[in-house]
Design a protein. Structure first.
Lengths: 144, 222
């Protein structure tokens, strides 16, 4: 191979690679150009249940109802309307764990610790959405 | 004193004029026929009545409500996007649907009460800034909750009627609670607070207090 051929060979290889990659690579949004608008997937509704089982010991309990209309901001946390003691008695709702009434220094509080204010950081509702990628997750009970 | 004398004289003159006007108003007319009086009176009455109701309906629109910045910048912004503003069927409940009674008598009473709101807008602005509004939010919200409790959520029930509610079409959680509420004689606002507007800080303590003092304070048993 003479020296002058090198750039042409390189360009040819690059072209083949690009075509091959373009055919093989497919992102989760499908075979779409970067600039193309994707079609939004259907919104799956929130599943209602009595109560979800935990999948492992430390799992924050899942929320078996819709929460999207609830106001959680600087002033108000609407989750606490039912789940904070003593309201949970009236509403017959699960009580927020006592671990949420302890501040950073370990001092016990009579209202929920500000570090625990945003419930949905850990506690989430469940929808019927199918996983986009296969995974091998098994609950702690299944693995015993 | 000359000043006093003048003032007294002026007042006496005014009283005399008023007495004269009163007498003229009640004395029979000598020139106009009874027919003309009746026709003009009736036509005037119809026109007055129409104009009165027209003006009242004019103040019963969303456009009128949000012509004040207190409403447009606070409660209306919060209402935008809630279920009463945008939903799958496109049926809307705007400000007066919830906050002004439909029935004429109650509507007029509410309109008279609204003069207080005019006072707080024009004479002694009490919620003309966001900060002032937030500071007063709990009081204002409690006023509305109390009013709705008093009327057994009349304005909600213009659309949401327990008798027409097909609970079998509701999700299990809602079904249980609605049947329970119906049996216990509860009213919509007892639970559905902050549906169309943001809640004030301390809302749930206020709610508890309101619900627990209700039976004793007003002789209403639940």
């Amino acid at each position: 191979m003479t020296r002058w051929m090198l750039p042409f060979v390189a360009a040819l290889l690059a072209a083949i690679a690009t075509v091959a990659l373009a055919q093989e690579l497919k992102s989760l949004r499908g075979d779409l150009g970067v600039a193309d608008a994707d079609r939004a997937p259907a919104v799956s509704g929130v599943r209602e249940a009595g109560r979800y089982d935990r999948a492992y010991r430390q799992q924050p309990p899942l929320v078996p109802h819709q929460v999207d209309k609830y106001e959680v901001d600087l002033k108000v946390n609407q989750c606490l309307r039912c789940h904070d003691w003593p309201n949970n008695v009236r509403e017959n709702a699960p009580k927020v764990s006592e671990t949420h009434y302890v501040d950073r220094q370990g001092k016990r509080l009579d209202q929920i610790s500000s570090t625990r204010w945003f419930c949905t950081q850990c506690h989430v509702p469940q929808s019927d959405a199918k996983p986009l990628v296969d995974n091998a997750f098994r609950s702690a009970l299944e693995r015993r | 004193m000359p000043d006093n004398g003048n003032a007294n004289g002026g007042r006496r003159g005014l009283v005399a004029i008023l007495c004269e006007a009163w007498r003229a108003f009640w004395s029979p007319t000598a020139r106009i026929s009874l027919g003309a009086l009746v026709i003009v009176g009736a036509a005037g009455g119809v026109m007055f009545w129409g104009a009165f109701n027209w003006a009242m309906e004019l103040t019963n629109t969303e456009t009128f409500c949000i012509s004040c910045h207190e409403m447009a910048q606070n409660v209306y912004r919060e209402y935008k996007g809630t279920i009463h503003d945008a939903n799958k069927s496109g049926v809307r409940a705007t400000c007066p649907d919830c906050h002004v009674p439909k029935e004429w008598t109650y509507k007029v009473v509410r309109k008279i009460e609204a003069t207080n709101e005019l006072y707080h807008h024009f004479v002694a602005p009490s919620i003309d800034t966001r900060e002032k509004f937030e500071a007063k939010r709990l009081q204002l919200a409690t006023n509305v909750w109390t009013a709705m409790k008093t009327t057994d959520s009349r304005e909600c029930r213009n659309c949401h009627d327990f008798d027409s509610m097909d609970v079998s079409m509701q999700r299990s959680r809602a079904r249980t609670r609605h049947l329970q509420a119906s049996d216990e004689g509860k009213t919509c606002i007892d639970c559905h607070k902050g549906v169309a507007h943001r809640l004030p800080a301390g809302a749930f303590n206020a709610e508890r207090e309101l619900n627990e003092t209700w039976g004793s304070g007003r002789g209403r048993t639940q």
